[in-house]
Write a new protein. Structure first.
Length: 265
């Protein structure tokens, strides 16, 4: 627990000034986090099957291009189909060229296509949302942080009914309910007070509730990936917390879920 608190404190001392400053420094930080996240995504796969060096190399290139093109468009709903087509072709054509399914197969290709697009779009959203304003990104972070925090404490205090024990044994139904209620209350109050007091409160509460639940399911999705590969954490880059993807699982899904409400801002 002591190591967990120390590493969290150090991370906050580094991230908070970068988050406040925004701009190029924030974008570079997000790009670095995205690269580290992709490394974790590749490493966890390599625990069962090696990824060819060339394929690993183009995975990082594709991730960088997705983030660069998405963040440079400055429009949250823009899509570059040339980039999408290029990524599909880049990963699928080698399945024929390698001639060996044990080395690189169609299943491997689609795993990497999904992972690269998923992480590329998610991390570029962080940049785009920050460009829309600090408060908006803070709102999404508050949902993730307080939902997760209160779910943990509620589960410890009164949790009895397991949520999905085969995926995440420690999570409980009571914890999920407690995290949702308190996380929604705090984040909704922030949105209504700081961001937009004219938006009807019932819409704010509905939106925040949806995002809080989506964030918790995001946590479960990443837990399911780790369970499939028989891993406790994606990495140990943050002692006591795990890896980049272990820490950002909820906010990634919350950011993606927020796209359904983007017309409200």
């Amino acid at each position: 627990m002591k190591m967990r608190i120390i590493s969290a404190t150090i991370a906050l001392l580094v991230i908070i000034p970068i988050l406040i400053s925004g701009g190029m420094l924030f974008d570079i930080t997000v790009l670095i986090l995205a690269i580290l996240g992709l490394k974790e995504f590749l490493d966890i796969k390599k625990s069962k099957k090696e990824v060819p060096i060339f394929i690993e190399f183009i995975s990082y290139i594709a991730l960088g291009l997705i983030i660069f093109f998405n963040s440079s468009n400055n429009y949250l709903l823009s899509v570059d189909y040339r980039l999408i087509a290029g990524v599909f072709l880049t990963f699928l054509i080698p399945t024929v060229l390698y001639h060996d399914r044990k080395l690189y197969s169609v299943n491997d290709a689609f795993y990497l296509i999904g992972g690269v697009f998923f992480l590329g779009v998610s991390f570029s959203l962080f940049m785009l949302l920050r460009s829309e304003g600090l408060n908006l990104l803070l709102y999404l972070l508050l949902i993730a942080i307080f939902t997760d925090t209160f779910a943990l404490f509620t589960g410890l205090l009164i949790g009895k009914n397991k949520l999905l024990s085969d995926i995440s044994p420690k999570k409980t139904v009571e914890g999920m309910m407690g995290g949702t209620i308190l996380g929604v209350f705090i984040a909704s109050a922030f949105y209504n007070t700081v961001i937009d007091s004219t938006l009807p409160l019932y819409i704010v509460v509905f939106m925040t509730t949806f995002l809080s639940i989506i964030g918790q399911f995001g946590d479960l999705v990443f837990s399911a990936i780790k369970r499939y590969f028989s891993k406790k954490d994606f990495s140990n880059i943050m002692p006591g917390h795990g890896g980049i993807l272990d820490r950002l699982d909820s906010i990634i899904f919350i950011s993606l879920g927020f796209m359904f409400f983007i017309s409200l801002i």
